[in-house]
Design a protein around this ligand. Structure first.
Ligand code: CMP
Length: 489
C-alpha cells in the first residue's frame, strides 16, 4: 500500500513537471521563438511559391501543433484520473478496467487534437484527408492489423468477463499459469508462480482455451501417491484423509477424497482430491500434502510402493509360513465350539482353512444362497442381517473369535441371513470336509454346535413370527439331522 502511494506521488510530480515544461515551451515559442524564426524563414524561403501551401506561417504551426498536442495528451490523462480515480473509484467504489481507461484517454486526446488542428489549419479538411487517401488507409490497416485485433479481443474479454483480476488462469499452448494482474488494450498480464510477468496478447488468448480457477471459488487439486499391495485400502484411506485434512490451506468446508486410481504392476496408485482456501498457493499446498502423506504412512506402518517382483517357488507340497498357521490355530483355539480339540487337531484344521479379507460394507454371505462352509472372524466385525419391511434388520454383531455360516453347513439348508462386514474384516473359512474329519474324532462337537444353531434359529424366529423356545426336543432333532447330513453314527 505504501509503495503504491509513493508511486502515485511520483507520477503526480512527473505529471506536474511535464505540464509545466510544455506550458513553458509554448510560452517561449509564442513570445520569443516565433518572431525570430519567422524573420529567419522569411529571409531563407524561396519567393517562388507565393500563396503556395508551404509558407513560413504554416511551417511554424507544426511545432505549435506538437506542443499543443502534448498539452492535450496531458489534459486527457488528468481528466482520466479525475474521472476514474476520484469520481468512479472513490465515490462509487468501482475499479474501472484499464482497457476502458485507455479508451477514454484515446478518445479525449483525439477530440482535443482535432479541435487544435482545426484551430491551426482551418482550411484543411481532416475527414477528406483520411477518407481520400487509399494508400494511407492500407498502411494504417496493415500496421494496425495486430493492434486492432488485440484491441477488439480485449473489448470482448471485458464484455465476456471469463476471469477477473486475482483469478488463477492457464492460457495458451505453452500453458502459461499464474495470477491475473490486469487486462490492457493489448494483453492479459499474468504473474507466474516464479514471480515473472507474462503478457499474453488478447488476440492469442481469444483463440485459445483458457482454464480459470476463480478466486472466490473452492478449487480442487489432485495429488497422487502409491502404496504396496499388502497395505489395506480402508486403512490407507482413513490415515491419509486425516493427515491431509489439517494441512494449511486445505479447506475444512469439503472433506478431502482419497481414492484408488489404478492397480499397477507393483503398486496401488492413489489419488487425493482436496480443496484449497487460496488456490494461488497450490504449489506449496501440494508439497505440504505430500509431506503429510509421507509422515502419516510412516507412523501407521504403511509403505510407499517401489518396483518389485515376487518369485513364487513351487514345491510339490504347498509351503505355508508356520507363523500364519500358528496364528490361525491360536484363533481357532479361542472359538468355543473348538475348545475340545487338541493342539494337533487345531493345527490340522488351521492347515485347511483359508483366510479372506473383506472391505467395510462387503457382503460375505447372502440369505437364500447355498453354502458349504462356515467362517470364524479372525479380525474385524460383521453384522448378521435379515430383511425387514423397513430395510435390513441387524440381529447380531459378531467379533473376533465368533463364527457364522454354520447353519447352512451343518443342516444343508439355504443361508438364513446376510452377513456384512462392518469394518475391514478377515475371516477363516472352514469347509465341509474339514468339519467331517473333526466330527469323526470328536463326536461331542456335533452336539454343542446343534445348541448354537438352535439358539440362533430362535433369535431369527423372534424377529419374524411368534416367539419360539429352544427345547431339548428340537435340539435333538437338529443333532440327528446334522449326524445324518455328515454321515455320522
Ligand atoms: P447360515 O444360515 O449358514 O448363514 C447366515 C448366518 O448368520 C447363519 O448361518 C448364522 O451363522 C448367522 N446367524 C443367523 N442368525 C444369527 C443370530 N441370531 N446370531 C448370530 N448369528 C446368526
Amino acid at each position: 500500500m505504501a509503495a503504491n502511494a509513493e508511486n502515485n506521488r511520483r507520477k503526480f510530480i512527473a505529471f506536474i513537471l511535464a505540464t509545466a515544461f510544455v506550458a513553458l515551451a509554448l510560452y517561449v515559442f509564442y513570445h520569443w521563438l516565433d518572431p525570430v524564426l519567422r524573420a529567419y524563414l522569411a529571409a531563407r524561403m524561396p519567393t517562388r511559391m507565393p500563396g503556395g501551401p508551404i509558407t513560413e506561417d504554416n511551417l511554424l504551426k507544426v511545432p505549435k501543433l506538437i506542443l499543443w498536442s502534448l498539452l492535450a495528451y496531458l489534459g486527457g490523462r488528468a481528466l482520466n484520473t479525475i474521472l476514474f480515480e476520484f469520481v468512479v473509484r472513490i465515490r462509487r467504489g468501482y475499479e474501472a478496467p484499464t482497457l476502458l481507461r485507455n479508451i477514454v484517454t484515446l478518445v479525449t486526446f483525439t477530440i482535443l487534437f482535432v479541435v487544435i488542428f482545426k484551430l491551426e489549419y482551418p482550411d484543411v479538411e481532416l475527414g477528406a484527408l483520411f477518407t481520400t487517401s487509399a494508400i494511407f488507409g492500407v498502411i494504417i490497416g496493415l500496421a494496425l492489423q495486430d493492434t486492432l485485433g488485440n484491441f477488439f479481443a480485449g473489448i470482448s474479454l471485458h464484455a465476456d468477463r471469463p476471469f477477473q483480476v486475482g483469478d488463477v488462469i492457464v492460457v495458451g499452448q505453452q500453458k502459461h499459469t499464474g495470477v491475473v494482474e490486469g487486462i490492457t488494450w493489448r494483453a492479459i498480464k499474468i504473474r507466474t508462480f516464479q514471480n515473472h510477468i507474462v503478457l499474453v496478447a488478447n488476440s492469442t488468448a481469444a483463440k485459445e482455451a483458457i482454464e480459470v480457477a476463480p478466486r472466490d471459488n473452492l478449487n480442487a487439486r489432485l495429488v497422487s501417491f502409491s502404496t504396496i499391495y499388502t497395505d489395506s485400502p480402508a486403512k490407507t484411506i482413513h490415515v491419509v484423509r486425516e493427515a491431509v485434512r489439517d494441512a494449511d490451506n486445505v479447506t475444512d468446508k469439503i472433506k478431502p477424497i482419497v481414492r484408488i486410481r489404478g492397480l499397477r504392476d507393483s503398486s496401488i496408485d492413489w489419488e487425493i482430491k482436496y480443496w484449497l482456501d487460496d488456490y494461488a498457493k497450490y504449489n506449496d499446498t501440494d508439497a505440504l500434502v505430500r509431506q503429510r502423506v509421507w509422515y502419516a504412512l510412516r507412523r501407521n506402518g504403511l509403505t510407499f510402493a517401489f518396483p518389485t517382483r515376487t518369485l513364487y517357488l513351487e514345491k510339490s507340497v504347498p509351503v505355508r509360513p508356520v507363523t500364519v498357521e500358528d496364528q490361525i490355530a491360536d484363533r481357532l483355539s479361542a472359538v468355543d465350539i473348538f475348545s475340545p480339540l487338541s493342539t494337533d487337531e487345531l493345527r490340522q484344521l488351521a492347515k485347511v482353512t483359508a483366510g479372506h479379507v473383506f472391505a467395510p460394507g462387503e457382503t460375505l454371505i447372502r440369505a437364500g444362497e447355498e453354502g458349504s462352509s462356515m467362517f470364524v472372524v479372525h479380525s474385524g466385525r460383521v453384522a448378521v442381517q435379515v430383511p425387514d419391511k423397513s430395510g435390513p434388520r441387524t440381529v447380531a454383531v459378531l467379533t473376533e473369535g465368533n463364527f457364522f455360516g454354520e447353519m447352512a453347513l451343518f443342516t444343508g439348508e439355504p443361508r438364513t441371513a446376510n452377513v456384512v462386514a462392518i469394518e475391514e474384516t478377515e475371516v477363516l473359512e472352514i469347509g465341509h470336509d474339514a468339519m467331517k474329519h473333526i466330527f469323526d474324532t470328536n463326536p461331542g462337537l456335533a452336539e454343542s454346535i446343534s445348541w448354537t444353531i438352535a439358539e440362533r434359529q430362535e433369535d431369527l424366529a423372534k424377529g419374524s413370527a411368534a416367539s419360539a423356545q429352544t427345547s431339548l426336543h428340537e435340539t435333538a432333532g437338529l443333532l440327528a439331522s446334522i449326524k445324518r447330513f455328515f454321515g455320522l453314527r
